[in-house]
Design a protein around this ligand. Structure first.
Ligand SMILES: [Zn+2]
Length: 136
């Protein structure tokens, strides 16, 4: 699997090796970097031991390159990245900003593919904007 992940704003690559690097901030203003696994449906997260992620808490995510907010404007509870797969096709990757919620949507050609054990719950996510809901 050699998917590339890009910031939707500056289009910089945010994946290094098997990790997607994202800058995050808690509501209490604790800041740090998170390594997410580049494999869709793998929810391993690595942080510096001093940056402890709090389960169930909503974080704000930023591009580590341009520092743009990755939480979408339409819905701050959803975080968006672009993914380019091995065949060069671009998808939108949408995931929750709540730590511990294991659900990801891959939206390509107006079709959504769900990953993660919480995906069913996520489908009913009332906040999912209509522009994404129509794909489900
Ligand atoms: Zn960026």
């Amino acid at each position: 699997m050699t998917n590339d992940y890009l910031c939707p704003i500056c289009k910089s690559h945010v994946n290094i090796g098997n990790a997607v690097v994202i800058s995050a901030k808690s509501p209490e203003n604790e800041k740090g970097l998170i390594f997410l696994d580049a494999e869709l449906g793998n929810y391993n997260k690595t942080t510096h031991p001093e940056f402890k992620l709090q389960q169930g808490v909503k974080y704000t995510f930023y591009c580590p390159v341009c520092h743009a907010k990755l939480n979408t404007q339409e819905n701050p509870n959803l975080v968006k990245l672009l993914m380019i797969d091995e065949s060069g096709k671009e998808s939108e990757i949408i995931f929750s900003n709540i730590i511990g919620e294991q659900c990801t949507f891959k939206i390509k050609d107006k079709k959504a593919e769900a990953f993660g054990p919480d995906a069913d719950k996520y489908r009913k996510y009332v906040d999912l904007p209509t522009e994404y809901r129509k794909y489900l």
